[in-house]
Each structure stands twice: as structure tokens, then as C-alpha cells.
Design a protein around this ligand. Structure first.
Ligand code: DC
Length: 238
């Protein structure tokens, strides 16, 4: 599989469909750099919360505009994983918390935030051989990506997966609240004016409602073999 060319793989889809788990695994199996575009929006949201530009259910856009310019958000490879840093500080865990999840969708709908994130995603991807997940990677960020995947799954299955993750992290929430947050985010992400979530016309749909992670990787392997004419398969590690 080392003969897969240096391409960009775009993985888009609804919230909690397992995009990042899938993309990370594909990156490890096929030696791609993994970039999580949602983490960038989460990082901006965390910075906004910490600077007091987001509070009491409101976003102070002028305040956010003031802090975003010099924000040192970047990815670093740590033990084979790509993690998000704000300056010297690893914020990978904080950006997955409940408060950031509450605000990230409206923050990501702000056009100047999207411009700022897109510019950095392009910079981080120079040279290709990148798999990136998000909502608009195959439609807006990299409309010429060589391979586009659109992930979906039943919303109850997605909510249960996300709830289990949050509980394992010690967060105090309910399945109903998680399902509502997921519905709200999907609605907002699909209905915003700038770069709404939608399936690119040339995307391959991966519905993983009834699939294991291993089956998803085998599905991808088939796709890569079909597209790039590769016949050898690597020893899958999942
Ligand atoms: O994938 P995620 O849940 O970490 O993404 C967090 C939010 O960021 C999500 O509500 C939608 C937004 N997002 C986006 O608008 N565009 C992207 N390319 C990635 C994420």
C-alpha cells in the first residue's frame, strides 16, 4: 500500500459519526498525516471562552476577531498521534469538553473564523498525503481532493457512542442531552450560510450504523484498491 500517491483524502459527515477515529486509523495504516479540522474550531472556541468573548450563551464577535489573529493554534505529532496545541499547551482534552461542544457550532458559522481556519488548514497540508476530517473539506477546503468520503450513521447510535465517550471521561450528562446537542449541531452545521455541511457530489458514502471499525477500514481498503489499482493489502491492526 506504500504506492498510494500523495493525495488529499477528505472525510466529511455528521457529528459523532466516528470521522476522526476512522481518519486516524486510515492515516496510521497508510502513512498519511491526519488533520482534524473540527479541532481547530474547537480550539478557537476554547480560546474565546478563556478570553471572555464567549459567555452566558453569547458570542462577542468583535472580541473574538480581536484575539483570533495572533492565536498560535497548531498540530504537533506526539507518540504517533496528531494533537492540537495553543502555544506550548496541549489542549486536545479540553477542546472535547461539554462547554466547548455547546458553543463550537455557532463559532464555526462565523465567516472570519472559517477563513482563518481554512487558511491554516491549507498551510498545514502543504505537500499533500493528508487525511482531513470535518464538515466542508470535500466541498470548500479541498474541493479537488482526490478522494472524498461522506460519513453518516443513525442518530441514536451516534448519540449513544458520544454519550459513552463523555461518561468514560467523567462528564456529567444524559443521553437525551447528548442527542439534543448532536441534533442541534447537525441542524446548524447544515443550515449555516457559509460552507454548510453537505455531501460532495463525488463523495463515497460510508454509513457505519451497523459496521465495526475493522469493517470500515476494509471498506476503505477496497476503495483505495479500486481507485489506485493496488492489489496488496497491509496487515490491518484494528
Ligand atoms: O468534528 P467536530 O465535532 O469536532 O467539529 C466541531 C464543530 O466544528 C462542529 O459543530 C462543526 C464545526 N466544523 C465545521 O464547521 N467545519 C469543519 N470542517 C469541521 C468542523
Amino acid at each position: 500500500m506504500s504506492s498510494i500517491p500523495n493525495i488529499i483524502i477528505a472525510v466529511d459527515g455528521f457529528s459523532s459519526t466516528g470521522k476522526s477515529t476512522f481518519a486516524k486509523l486510515i492515516a496510521a495504516e497508510f502513512s498519511f498525516l491526519y488533520l482534524d479540522s473540527g479541532a481547530m474550531y474547537r480550539g478557537v472556541t476554547l480560546a474565546g471562552l478563556e478570553a471572555g468573548c464567549i459567555k452566558d450563551g453569547k458570542i462577542d464577535e468583535d472580541g473574538l476577531r480581536g484575539i483570533i489573529g495572533p492565536l498560535e493554534l497548531h498540530f504537533q505529532r506526539v507518540d504517533g498521534n496528531t494533537k492540537l496545541y495553543l502555544g506550548q499547551r496541549c489542549i486536545e482534552s479540553e477542546i472535547r469538553g461539554w462547554e466547548v461542544s455547546q458553543y463550537v457550532s455557532p463559532v464555526s458559522a462565523i465567516p472570519f473564523v472559517r477563513e482563518w481556519v481554512d487558511e491554516r488548514l491549507h498551510r498545514f497540508s502543504e505537500g499533500g498525503r493528508v487525511i482531513m476530517d470535518g464538515r466542508d473539506i470535500g466541498t470548500t477546503v479541498f474541493p479537488n481532493a482526490e478522494l472524498k468520503i461522506f460519513m453518516t450513521a443513525d442518530e441514536n447510535v451516534r448519540a449513544q457512542r458520544r454519550y459513552d465517550e463523555l461518561v468514560a471521561k467523567g462528564e456529567d450528562t444524559t443521553l437525551e442531552a447528548v442527542l439534543q446537542n448532536l441534533r442541534d449541531r447537525d441542524y446548524r452545521d447544515s443550515h449555516r450560510e457559509t460552507s454548510p455541511l453537505r455531501q460532495a457530489e463525488d463523495a463515497y458514502v460510508l454509513d457505519n450504523t451497523h459496521m465495526t471499525l475493522h469493517e470500515e477500514v476494509v471498506w476503505m481498503l477496497g476503495l483505495l484498491q479500486g481507485k489506485f489499482g493496488l492489489l496488496e493489502s497491509p496487515g490491518l491492526s484494528c
